[in-house]
Design a binder for this molecule. Structure first.
Ligand code: NAD
Ligand code: TYD
Length: 354
């Protein structure tokens, strides 16, 4: 029996990971700890909420009383840590929230894990794992085509978001090197798929195209991102959690780079086609706006190590994944309406009677 704590499981990637772990491992107890910030939505997990091996706990990773108590009460032997403030634009407006959750929250989890598992010495670390889910944004920005972020690339974060994630990665490695805490880190490229909060490029633009609203393209739309289907990320996390080498870092990405403007044009075409609109109907929605401050030009991940050592590769071609994703948002307009209206936040209160 394994008792696994997943933090941030009501968010975008977390909900896909929780679903995968709960269904694939009926003999594990999956405990989802989430503060339910604006980005947390229990509707994302409606289909598995009654499963006997699944427990949801509303709580803050920064809570210095709750976390040690929770590890002990649930006899946690593995932690997969995803809870974070995750949106760059918000980090520019409110960097303190990012330092608090992403840095202090991670430190609080590390300290609690070290104290609980190492209570009677380092032998207690045997069979335990602290898995930290991070981002490629810690590596900074690539200028030159044909260059990639590898696990050896020096950290060079530019936004308050990436700075806070870089700081948390450093704390995770420090706990490994100083106390011998068994840790593993993965740094993934931009994810897309169902249940993503519509402040991020892909769901925001799909929703705006549907509703004939302007598509705010930052700068000239020339920035490049490397996109991975979220379910492929969840599969990679599962693999690294079970087979990754303790103390190691794994880059996760699909060798799938797109200039924003090219991606936006494909999204427009796909949405128009699926809605039965004549081609080109929504082209005029493209609106160039002031660039994001400190906007990283290009991200591109080299995930060769993960492929070579653990045999992982993405299951979907981008065109297929994007079509699936657009279809999902079109088929789940009520989800989108509840999220954009704020009604989704009432779901928890109604479900849990609080
Ligand atoms: P998200 O914003 O969709 O979800 C974050 C979740 O964390 C939410 O459910 C939120 O309620 C919860 N949370 C926030 N603060 C909390 C706190 N103090 N205590 C407990 N829970 C809290 O984020 P996401 O896109 O699913 O990203 C998950 C993780 O993956 C993050 O660590 C992020 O840095 C990393 N990541 C994301 C991407 C991406 O493209 N989205 C890519 C690589 C890595
Ligand atoms: P985003 O989804 O915010 O992810 P990240 O900043 O973590 O890569 O943005 C993806 C790209 O799209 C990024 O280059 C910024 C750009 N973008 C826009 O041009 N307009 C928008 O409204 C948003 C949200 C993003």
């Amino acid at each position: 029996m394994k008792n696994i704590l997943i933090t941030g499981g009501a968010g975008f990637i977390g909900s896909h990971l929780v679903r995968l772990m709960v269904t694939k491992y009926p003999h594990y107890n999956i405990i989802n700890l989430d503060k339910l910030t604006y980005a947390g939505n229990l509707e994302n997990l409606k289909d598995i909420e009654g499963r006997p091996n699944y427990t949801f706990i509303k709580g803050d990773i920064c809570d210095i009383d709750l976390i040690p108590q929770l590890l002990r009460d649930k006899n946690i032997d593995g932690i997969i840590h995803l809870a974070a403030e995750s949106h760059v634009d918000r980090s520019i407006k409110d960097p303190f929230a990012f330092a608090n959750t992403n840095v202090i929250g991670t430190l609080n989890l590390l300290q609690a894990a070290k104290n609980y598992w190492g209570e009677f010495g380092r032998e207690g670390f045997e069979g335990k794992l602290f898995y930290h889910v991070s981002t490629d944004e810690v590596y900074g920005s690539l200028e030159q085509e044909g260059t990639f972020f590898t696990e050896e690339t020096k950290y060079d974060p530019h936004s308050p978001y990436s700075a806070s994630k870089a700081a948390s990665d450093h704390f995770v490695r420090a706990f490994h090197d100083t106390y011998g805490l068994p840790v593993v880190i993965s740094n993934c490229s931009n994810n897309y798929g169902s249940f993503q909060f519509p402040e991020k490029l892909i769901p925001l633009f799909i929703n705006n195209i549907c509703n004939n609203k302007p598509l705010p393209v930052y700068g000239k739309g020339e920035n490049v991102r490397d996109w991975l289907y979220v379910e492929d990320h969840a599969v990679a996390i599962d693999l690294i959690f079970h087979k990754g080498k303790t103390g190691d870092t794994y880059n996760i990405g699909g060798f799938n780079e797109w200039r924003n403007i090219d991606l936006i044009k494909v999204m427009i075409k796909t949405v128009d086609r699926l809605l039965g609109r004549p081609p080109g109907s929504s082209d005029s929605l493209i609106t160039y706006v002031t660039d994001r401050a400190g906007h990283d030009l290009r991200y591109a991940i080299d995930s060769t190590k993960l492929n070579r050592e653990l045999g992982w590769s993405p299951s979907l071609q981008f065109e297929e994944g994007l079509e699936k994703t657009v279809r999902w948002y079109l088929d789940n307009r009520e989800w989108m309406e509840r999220v954009t209206s704020g009604d989704y936040q009432a779901y928890y209160k109604q479900m849990y009677n609080r």
